[in-house]
Design a protein around this ligand. Sequence first.
Ligand SMILES: Nc1ncnc2c1ncn2[C@@H]1O[C@H](COP(=O)(O)OP(=O)(O)OP(=O)(O)O)[C@@H](O)[C@H]1O
Ligand code: SF4
Ligand SMILES: [Mg+2]
Length: 330
Amino acid sequence: MAGDGPGDAVLSCRDLRIEIGGMPVVDGTSLSIAAGETLALVGESGCGKSMTALGLIRLLPDAARQGGGAVTLAGTRIDSLPERQMNRLRGDRMAMIFQEPVASLDPLMPVGRQIAEALDREPGLDRAAVRARVLDILRRVGLDRPEVRARQYPFQLSGGMCQRVMIAMAMIRRPLLLIADEPTTALDVTIQKQILELMADLRRETGSAVLLITHDMGVVSESADRVAVMYAGRIVETGSVRQVFAAPRHPYTAMLLRTIPRLDGPRKVALPAIPGAVPDIRDWPAGCRFHPRCPLAGARCRAEAPPLDAVAPGHQTACWHHDRIAEVLT
Ligand SMILES: Nc1ncnc2c1ncn2[C@@H]1O[C@H](COP(=O)(O)OP(=O)(O)OP(=O)(O)O)[C@@H](O)[C@H]1O
Ligand code: SF4
Ligand SMILES: [Mg+2]
């Protein structure tokens, strides 16, 4: 499973399958995340990362449906809960941060009120106490002049500020599970770093399990404990960040790692992209779905899908030729 992390899993899913028009966009994904741990889900655009996340919290678009698998949050099976209970859980125990923070906030409500709503279910808080908590959290996520910010609407704030507001909303609820779907992609590099640091603070303070979705291996190396690499709806490699970065065993992972800018390398060198593109779900190849782009592909790869097998404790890969990975790394 992608992430047999330490301790009991806060979130786990087994064989999750999400279908669009009968096609499995997420095809048998299993993962688990422990309290206080960050699992990064990484892969190129269209691999099924967002569909996995939306499937986990049951916010799939109309076109998609869960076609199988089990999802458990803190020991409770949630994929079969009635919608009313699920809705309550989403409010109380889970928080999600999206790529487009401005679009994710209510445009018609001052941000302070939006954060205060997250405290609605806490008994015994009067208005003054709620206001104090809101201002305190705005200060802690690094917004200057919190009294002024609290009264502003999302359109009056920058993308980075809105992302801080989203983090404040998540932080104040102390969620068991935080899902962040490309939380920094729309932001410039300096703000990106600050937002990732804030998320780390949130995790430390609340002990939340974090699922961090990104296409950026640089973000993975800085922010995650473990990583699950996804390609065309399937997890193809998983392990601790240290294991996977030091010794990737899947050609796709090895090629993704090559796209990280090296701090010691020459500046402004164009990063090598992986030749080709993720195929559309209607054109997924038979066998190993990476075979049209893989330098190691052979006859077996074109015919049979490789299973996710252990290559070291806590490190798994789905590749028939993982023992030949050195040929890709050179
Ligand atoms: N609403 C939708 N209707 C039909 N197909 C969809 C819909 N949303 C996503 N898809 C398809 O599902 C597949 C997986 O999409 P998903 O959004 O999960 O990818 P992703 O890995 O999150 O990519 P990105 O990095 O671009 O966010 C893609 O092939 C995509 O075209
Ligand atoms: S199974 Fe074959 S095609 Fe797939 S990644 Fe491994 S070598 Fe490449
Ligand atoms: Mg996505």
